[in-house]
Design a protein. Structure first.
Lengths: 329, 127
């Protein structure tokens, strides 16, 4: 046996070992019949990627599909990292917020992906097209799934309509830790929704400066999850940030009726009362909040500040009581 | 002034406005924000506002070091949530960056070709 044929045998054995390793690591069972098909979202505009810029291209695809007018240059400026020749996941989410959409990371399973497609939302996914030892990270947009053929349609790279077998997709998506997201306007809610993750997505959107737009999402959230403290707290805080002190007050009170011990809501209620120059009530609520707070809560300093702010304003307000109170701030 | 020095200079300028913009976000002094309740419910570590600002600047600095235009960096980090900023504990240059350029050589090619044929990888577009 000569050296080259020995080398070929070694290579073949190596490949075999590798393949068996891949095959034995189980793919999650996808019950295609239950998941069902999702008609191809064929009107999704295609933006072919420049080298390394699948991130900007994929993001532009989902944002445009959601009704946002923007362009490739702007996407590149927002998510491309030259030193890494690629785009980071969290920056993809951040740029969606900057464009006025709420990014929602879907459940890490195929059924969730198809559910969003059926709701008309293309899904931006992270794939590793290579292997763990030869990674080729790639962002693409899934636009359809044919359950009968077990085949996905993607806008991917320079392929306007890339067809991928389900099994292959699941391998590449699994190596991307099943990461994918959809972008939504504030008046919509994901199809398969995890309450906590959605409310966190709304809060992050709001924090990024979209106070006005986020309000609708909070209103809808309270209607859909009336028992969620986060939803009510979010709505009340939104009113607070917009200077609607009375509306904020009434939502904090609704929340406190349900959860009287929620000290941070009482803290904010006290501040909403303070803004309305109702000093006595404000001080009562702030004091009660301090009592209700857990001993080891990191919020003690904040609540103590609130109380001293109220006392200070109250003292100032009373010393100026001869003057008409022309502002309510 | 070399290119990298210039970048650094521009970045320091930008940092100042970044900090002031950051404070705009917390203009409602005293109001405990919604993310705090979310973090409390998830019993995750709460990042104090000032730490979050510093962390944001740190992420911005890392992005500039990776070649992002200092003029763009300011907006980019502002739209990250507190939790996302906290996730950067792991250094930026080790995070996944989706970019996919394909150029494969030698033995690796053969192995990948086989993996591709059995549908484990999806590197070769025209196969």
């Amino acid at each position: 046996m000569n050296a080259s044929s020995r080398a070929s045998i070694a290579l073949a054995l190596f490949c075999f070992a590798l393949l068996s390793a891949c095959v034995t690591s189980r793919l999650p069972a996808v019950d295609v019949a239950t998941v069902g098909s999702a008609a191809e979202l064929s009107s999704t505009t295609f933006y072919p990627q420049e080298q390394f810029q699948c991130g900007p291209a994929a993001l532009l695809t989902v944002l445009t599909s959601s009704g946002i007018e923007t362009d490739m240059d702007s996407m590149v400026k927002q998510v491309y990292v030259p030193g890494r020749q690629g785009s980071l996941q969290v920056e993809m989410l951040a740029a969606s917020r900057a464009a006025g959409r709420i990014p929602y990371p879907i459940d890490r399973e195929f059924g969730a992906l198809v559910a969003e497609l059926r709701a008309g939302r293309p899904v931006l996914v992270l794939q590793n097209l290579g292997t763990s030892w030869f990674p080729r990270w790639h962002y693409a947009v899934v636009i359809g799934f044919d359950a009968k053929r077990e085949q996905l349609t993607l806008r991917s790279g320079v392929d306007r309509r890339r067809l991928t077998r389900l099994r292959t997709f699941l391998h590449t998506w699994r190596r991307g830790d099943y990461w994918g997201f959809v972008v939504l306007p504030a008046n919509e809610v994901p199809e398969q929704v995890d309450t906590a993750r959605w409310l966190a997505a709304v809060a992050a959107f709001e924090q990024a400066g979209a106070t006005d737009a986020a309000k609708l999402a909070w209103v809808n959230a309270v209607a859909r999850w009336p028992d969620s403290a986060v939803a009510r707290f979010g709505l009340a805080n939104n009113n607070f940030m917009q200077g609607n002190w009375q509306a904020a007050e009434s939502v904090y009170r609704e929340l406190l009726m349900r959860q009287p011990q929620l000290a941070i809501a009482r803290n904010n209620l006290a501040l909403a009362l303070l803004r309305q120059r109702r000093f006595v009530e404000a001080e009562q609520e702030a004091q009660r909040a301090l009592v209700d707070l857990d001993d080891n809560s990191p919020m003690h300093a904040e609540l103590a500040n609130t109380l001293s702010e109220i006392r200070e304003s109250s003292a100032n307000g009373q010393s100026r009581s001869g003057r008409p109170s022309s502002t309510n701030r | 002034m070399s290119n990298s020095k210039l970048r650094l200079f521009v970045f320091e300028l930008v940092s100042v406005s970044l900090v002031s913009l950051g404070f705009m976000q917390i203009a409602h002094a005293g109001m405990v924000d919604t993310q705090s309740l979310i973090e409390q419910e998830a019993s995750s570590e709460r990042l104090a506002k000032i730490e979050s600002l510093l962390a944001r600047q740190d992420v911005a600095r890392q992005l500039v070091a990776l070649g992002v235009d200092p003029a763009d960096v300011q907006q980019r980090v502002l739209y990250l949530s507190d939790a996302e900023i906290a996730s950067f504990e792991q250094r930026l240059d080790t995070q996944i960056a989706g970019g996919s350029a394909v150029g494969v050589i030698g033995t690796v090619f053969l192995v990948l070709l086989i993996l591709e044929l059995v549908g484990v990888t999806d590197i070769f577009k025209k196969i």
